[in-house]
Design a protein around this ligand. Structure first.
Ligand SMILES: [Zn+2]
Length: 56
């Protein structure tokens, strides 16, 4: 568990916010946990029908 999981699980962070936070924190997290968080967010996207963030 990391800050992203904690905040996201408490729904204090949106999927988009969590994705942004993950990109910023990716260097500080275990590769395995990054994969877990990515999978969690992808599943949440699927469930809620949230599209991928558009690239600028
Ligand atoms: Zn975590």
């Amino acid at each position: 568990m990391c800050l992203i999981c904690v905040e996201f699980d408490k729904q204090r962070m949106t999927i988009r916010d969590a994705q942004r936070a993950l990109r910023e924190m990716v260097e500080t997290l275990e590769d395995e946990h990054v994969a877990e968080v990515r999978a969690k967010l992808r599943e949440a996207q699927r469930i809620t029908g949230t599209p991928d963030a558009k690239k600028p």
